[in-house]
Design a protein around this ligand. Structure first.
Ligand code: C2O
Ligand code: CU
Ligand code: CU
Length: 491
């Protein structure tokens, strides 16, 4: 069968290095600085492991296509001493993934065929978040994968270099399925990303960091039991996991290092900064490079948002630098990962002086649609609750539009994510000035504090009919599952 061939193919490729999990389960003896309270899970958590880098999976050439085989499987993970946490993971069997999944690397222009085999006990789906693909290939709630069956996303990669991700999107179950551990990165490469002299050696000077929080039950299992209040206000964890580990460490070269940050939490908004408050360059947002790099000392990402940053460790001989992560809503704060700078080896020392051309120009006088998030405190959009049988909006193919998204007054934080293609944020609360650094490039998810309003310029270049429509929704997963989502066609 296909599967055996696949496993064989993998074992003969150069994937050996990432399976080295030396140091696993050893106790952390270094200084855990600035660790704040509310971390009861941490007292017995296994910290101090080497950062686990999800294996890079470039696919296999097959009849002019790049083929990827992904098996959704139960797995397990040792996160708490003397406890084994049951998880879900992708391709756990041959890469020993304790949770999450391999990082897919796609090339712009490639025809790809991504096969998902569901070996889990429940029906789920697998959505390519940020991928500009036709409706039937989107992996949203209509493309269900029953246990024991497979589903394939087949398309030609047609978008700029960026860091996307895949995760389940089963109606009403997304939060829980992601919480079990299903999520992985999709790195899209194009001519720009390959021409730029940016750190790009995966796992060496180009490091993915998937940030999540998890609550643990006394038995060491992930505890996903939100109350009604937590569905509204957010379901927060006891500990912050980076690539599925608590306070791991990673060796980095003494030069420029690129970090690809993904907030894969259900409802926490993470703020990132270094322990010495050093300046770094924000180079990319959700769907591509920024028009130019922006210097920053901190960066905030709401659920599903991504950013790429470049940090210069040129002056840090033998230093240990901590990336601090703090939750703006729960107050949970922790070292995310320690970066140990190896002396004297700097593959890239300077930011590139050229930069991809920014050809986005805001278009005046476009048709406008408005989206009201959470009017009267309801978890609804425009007063409507998600219904798989209702198409909420019909958008013409290739038509540019302005989407005005506002969050109602009140206490609730939301964001707004659109399937099928990226958008540009034109204004936040009426002005360009309020747009944050990582929001200046193409995006697919935008944060809204209570009472915020953003104007987005959207355009969809692929079709989605009423049998496989696209979604727009709040990506706070408890809100999404409660019905804060709508469907639209593009024809
Ligand atoms: Cu990241 Cu509709 O999803
Ligand atoms: Cu999406
Ligand atoms: Cu919301």
């Amino acid at each position: 069968m296909r599967r055996r061939q696949f496993i064989k193919a993998l074992s003969t490729t150069s994937l050996g290095w990432f399976m080295d999990r030396r140091g696993a389960l050893s106790d952390f003896s270094g200084p855990v600085t600035r660790l704040t309270t509310k971390t009861k899970a941490l007292s017995s958590a296994i910290t101090g492991q080497r950062l686990f880098i999800p294996p890079l999976y470039a696919g296999e050439a097959n009849n002019g296509e790049q083929q990827y085989n992904l098996f959704l499987q139960p797995s397990e993970h040792q996160l708490i001493q003397n406890r084994v946490t049951a998880t879900w993971a992708v391709n756990t069997e041959f890469s020993q993934l304790p949770m999450l999944g391999p990082t897919l690397r796609l090339q712009r222009g490639d025809a790809v065929n991504i096969n998902y085999f569901n070996e889990l006990p429940e029906t789920t789906t697998m959505h390519g978040h940020g991928m500009a693909v036709p409706g039937p290939e989107d992996g949203g709630p209509h493309q269900r994968i029953a246990p024991g069956t497979a589903w394939s996303a087949q398309y030609v990669v047609d978008q700029s270099a960026c860091t996307n991700w895949y995760h389940p999107h089963e109606m009403g179950k997304t939060a829980e399925h992601v919480y079990h551990g299903l999520a992985g990165l999709i790195i899209v490469e194009d001519a720009d990303s390959q021409a730029l002299a940016l750190p790009s050696e995966y796992g060496f000077d180009d490091i993915p960091l998937v940030i999540q929080d998890r609550r643990f039950g006394p038995d060491g299992q992930f505890d996903y039991t939100p109350t009604n209040q937590e569905i509204r206000q957010g379901y927060f964890g006891d500990a912050i996991l980076v690539n599925g580990q608590i306070i791991p460490h990673q060796d980095v070269p003494q030069g420029l290092v690129r970090l690809r940050l993904l907030n894969a939490s259900n409802s926490e908004i993470w703020q990132f900064q270094f322990d010495d408050a050093r300046v770094f360059s924000v180079i990319a947002g959700d769907n591509g490079f920024l028009p130019k790099p922006v210097d920053a000392r901190s960066l905030t990402l709401s659920p599903a948002e991504r950013a790429e940053i470049v940090v210069n460790f040129g002056q840090d001989r033998h230093a240990r630098v901590a990336l601090l992560v703090s939750g703006l809503r729960s107050g949970l704060a922790q070292v995310g990962v320690f970066l140990d700078v190896e002396a004297g080896y700097a593959p890239i020392e300077q930011m590139p002086s050229d930069w991809p051309e920014d050809n986005f120009r805001a278009t005046p006088n476009l048709p406008v649609r408005t989206f009201d998030l959470g009017g009267q405190g309801g978890l609804r959009i425009n007063g409507q609750q998600m219904n798989l049988n209702v198409i909420n909006e019909q958008v013409p193919l290739g038509q540019r539009e302005l989407w005005r998204v506002r969050s109602s007054m009140g206490m609730m934080h939301h964001n707004f994510h659109v399937h099928g293609g990226g958008f540009h944020v034109l204004t936040r609360n009426g002005s360009k000035q309020n747009i944050r650094a990582h929001e200046r490039g193409e995006k697919d998810t935008v944060y809204l504090a209570p009472n915020d309003e953003v104007t987005l310029e959207v355009q969809f270049n692929h079709r989605a009919d009423s049998a496989s429509p696209y979604m727009y929704h709040c990506h706070f997963l408890e809100h999404e599952d409660a019905g804060m989502m709508g469907q639209f066609t593009v024809t």
